[in-house]
Design a protein around this ligand. Sequence first.
Ligand code: HEC
Length: 176
Amino acid sequence: MKYRMFAAGLCLLTAACGQKETLFADGAPQVKAVSEIEAGAYIADIGGCHDCHTPGWAQNGGAAPEDVLLTGVPVGFSGPWGTSYASNLRLSVEAATREGWVVAMNNRDGRPPMPWWTLHRMSPEDLGALYAYIASLGPAGEPAPAPLPPGTVPETPFIWFEPVGPEAFPAAAVTQ
Ligand code: HEC
């Protein structure tokens, strides 16, 4: 909180601030690596992007063959917002210019559980590195299924994203 207020104060005093909120007083941090593509790979890894966007990633202890990295997952995330699917980022990047992608990701909002705020707060340099990394993988896979409005039953498997009480625990899964 203190950092945020300090950053806001600096914004009033200097014209150097962008419009977006930064958590840091001295501007957005930036990942350094031997190449931009490696910086992007690192951000995707520790930024948790694979957790949702790469099929099998979490089930396989945080690893997947390169041909499926960030190709999206056809398992829905369902809740009050309807159903969303983690997009195929390799096709998203292929359809956008680097400049357009960076600006869009800094500003765009969408459905949960995508952590949009993570992209809003990322520096343009880090978003550019992500773009370069994803583009280096090349286009692959199919587009994820289209999102569904609230109240629509998905045709794919889905994960229900609302807290439920203990009574909703499936009886068949109780072992003690
Ligand atoms: C908890 C799961 C989750 C995580 C973690 C996650 N995403 Fe997403 N992402 C989604 C979902 C679901 C959507 C679709 C959202 C919608 O329908 O509005 C999405 C959409 C996107 C889109 C829009 C693609 C398009 O073409 O419309 C981009 C870009 C994106 N995510 C990038 C990232 C990046 C980069 C990271 C890591 C910093 C990340 N995501 C982490 C679930 C996730």
